[in-house]
Design a binder for this molecule. Structure first.
Ligand code: ADP
Ligand code: MN
Ligand code: MN
Ligand code: MN
Ligand code: MN
Length: 362
């Protein structure tokens, strides 16, 4: 049973006087990692010294048998810090730490998709200069699993007034979105914008452009912030690509991509070459572009077909869209519209670099 609104309010008041206690000699690091079911987990470590570089954050471990990441008889999984951010919950000199997961055998955990992607970027990033900007769509749900603000035993009026909506009845829970935006800025996440989406209760924020592997680190941390903030508001977040069947928009993770070559004068040539490479590996990409993406990619609601690769200028019904302004300038970036909202940004950016630059052995 969820707590009553009154109890939540009382708890917040009761906690406040402890949260104000001065603790000048203690700092915290919240270690965050991706579990065995595309979710996030975290646990807290006390440090005696302020963090001023990654080296101040030691390797740690957790019980992988409790997160579907390891068997019970060999359950230790190791956490290796890869990036840290100012902590908007505890503030001060406390930090949030993004981690990779590693096995006792010295191999990356089965769900450590960052490792392979980072190897690709290590090889090519200096030369290629990949930038990624991702548009994270998601849906807020009430405790009962029905979209936030929807009538309890029915549906809201059809889509139309909700996208970038303003006014009572058109947007729900804007406070959550504002809190998350500010928390991302405080944490130095490169959040670049936000908007209400086409389906009521659905929202989007954008992260990027970020170079190479940074995008995955920052996007995962932005999801952590969203999950934590939603807890406080008693609302649930789902990244399901098609939360409500029927004439309601699904949720995606549009992936905007550029390189030194696409951004340079005459970059359209490099973009066109990229389209040929993406077309040749459409199936492989769809395999890592999120679970249940078939239910979203119906060819309707601003999506392309699941099975066929297409691209076009300003076309929101194609797999990849070249923004009109880029086509006019003859350079810039392209938007891969295929990834689902629950896609893993490490796998998505990883397969894009692999497809455009070739597979790296090892
Ligand atoms: P849309 O019109 O598809 O809704 P948005 O404004 O939501 O577009 O998102 C555009 C995204 O493109 C942002 O995440 C931004 O960071 C990203 N972006 C802009 N320029 C580049 C670039 N040169 N390379 C990669 N990503 C870019
Ligand atoms: Mn224990
Ligand atoms: Mn967008
Ligand atoms: Mn959108
Ligand atoms: Mn888009």
């Amino acid at each position: 049973m969820p707590l009553s609104a009154t109890q939540r309010l009382l708890n917040t008041f009761a906690a406040a006087k402890y949260l104000e206690l001065p603790t000048p000699d203690a700092f915290t690091a919240e270690y965050v990692w991706i579990d065995g079911s595309n979710g996030l987990r975290s646990k807290t470590k006390t440090l005696s010294k302020k963090v001023s570089s990654l080296k101040d954050l030691s390797e740690w471990n957790f019980d992988g048998s409790s997160t579907e990441q390891a068997p019970g008889d060999n359950s230790d999984v190791y956490l290796r810090p890869v990036a840290y951010y100012p902590d908007p919950f505890r503030r001060g000199d406390n930090v949030l730490v993004m981690c990779e997961t590693w096995g006792a055998d010295g191999k990356p955990n089965a769900f450590n998709f960052r490792h392979d992607a980072a190897e690709h970027f290590n090889k090519v990033q200096d030369k290629e200069g990949f930038w990624f900007g991702l548009e994270q769509e998601y849906t807020l749900l009430e405790q009962d699993g029905w979209p936030a603000g929807w009538p309890k035993d029915g549906y809201p009026a059809p889509q139309g007034p909700y996208y970038c909506g303003v006014g009572t009845g058109k947007v729900m829970y804007r406070e959550v979105i504002e809190a998350h935006y500010k928390a991302c800025l405080y944490a130095k996440i490169a959040i670049s914008g936000t908007n209400a989406e086409v389906m009521p209760g659905q929202w989007e924020y954008q992260v990027g452009p970020c170079p190479g592997i940074d995008l995955g680190d920052q996007l995962w941390m932005s999801r952590f912030l969203l999950g934590r903030i939603a807890e406080e508001f008693g609302v649930r977040v789902t990244f399901a690509p098609k939360p409500i069947p029927g004439d309601w928009n699904g949720a995606g993770l549009h992936t905007n991509v550029s390189t030194n070559a696409t951004r340079a004068d005459g970059g359209m040539k490099a973009i066109e070459a990229a389209m040929e490479k993406l077309a040749a590996r459409h199936k492989e990409h769809m395999l890592v572009y999120g679970e249940d993406n078939q239910s979203r990619m119906t060819g309707q609601h601003e999506t392309a077909s699941y099975d066929k690769f297409t691209w076009g200028v300003a076309n929101r019904g194609s797999s990849v869209r070249i923004p009109r302004a880029c086509a006019a300038e003859g350079k810039g970036y392209f938007e891969d519209r295929r990834p689902a909202s629950n896609g893993d940004p490490y796998q998505i950016t990883g397969i894009i670099v692999e497809t455009l630059c070739g597979k790296i052995d090892g």
